[in-house]
Design a protein around this ligand. Sequence first.
Ligand code: NIG
Ligand code: FE
Length: 396
Amino acid sequence: MSSSTGTTTVITDIATLVTNDPSLGDGSPLGLVRDAAVVIEGDRVVWTGESSKAPATDNRVDAGGRAVLPGFVDSHSHLVFAGDRTEEFNARMSGRGYTAGGIRTTVAATRAASDEELEANLTRFLSEALRQGTTTFETKSGYGLTVADEARALRLAAAHTDEVTYLGAHIVSPDYADDPAGYVALVTGEMLDACAPHARWIDVFCEKGAFDGDQARAILTAGRAKGLHPRIHANQLSFGPGVQLAVELDAASADHCTHLTDADVDALANGNTVATLLPGAEFSTRAEWPDARRLLDAGVTVALSTDCNPGSSFTSSVPFCIALAVRDMRMTPDEAVWSATAGGAAALRRTDVGRVAPGAYADLMLLDAPSHVHLAYRPGVPLVSEVWRRGVRVAP
Ligand code: NIG
Ligand code: FE
């Protein structure tokens, strides 16, 4: 195989390759190939198949019987913040009530932080995530809640990812506690104008105590008029209008989906909106698990992500979320791995990531295990042994 765009590398002796392309492998959604090889040219995958049929190339990497799978696509995180909420978590896990400010605590710390502090935090969480196999991630604003602080968060995030989400509508800013309508006007007006150039997506926390269905519709519609595409924090803490609004507005994703009516499940099954499940949040708040089985059995496309944030889910580990999804949400290991890779890509409306197949970016990981099933079978064990992004080994 000749290379016109860069070095050509073959990774051989892969015990199990997850391609996420049924036409390339065993016909399952994961498109599994046993005794496989992958050929990378420049930043792209150009060939996958059985090792014995792999074309000759410049460089050869021996996977030594390890599994290879697409890099994780973490389609939901909140990484631009300062401070942490250790005391809040400790109180919750110790059965003590805790009345400190929740999201407001992080808003105050984030506003007070310098750009350098926020950048250092972001870089730390990203390198944590990368070491655990995440090669594509989305992240949001939402801890600034002023025009300048929201725009700053998005500007910092945009230096690290294309998948940046404006979440000025996380909660009503404490500065507008007596004037929620005034805050919605700010979020859809001056704040949107300042934020839209830095973002691809717009999100709303549609929940009692945050934003109701009408406010969420107004915010997402205003964002769409400025070229941002919607996604929604929907039905996390209670039943509500978020999921159906997401489908109505063709949002890429409805995130959390913990409290769903049959009509919500039907809407998701018949629409183009992915249901993104975030088990780190239920784990860290001891809340009821989303019913993944019900969604999958109805034919809904499910993504699995971390929701990494200092309040409800302070984990950057997709492998941990896979283990939770399998053990506690009754997803099969194959479904959980698909949802954390191809599912995340679908939630970001991307086809160039989330699969190891010709034409996709060469974003992949090698596991210290013969198959992807070990991610759930060996919970808490650091199995991700190598991470490649855009054809280059980036970790360790
Ligand atoms: O996705 N639900 C809203 N936002 C976050 C929690 C943020 C926080 O507690 O700081 C979530 O779980
Ligand atoms: Fe979230």
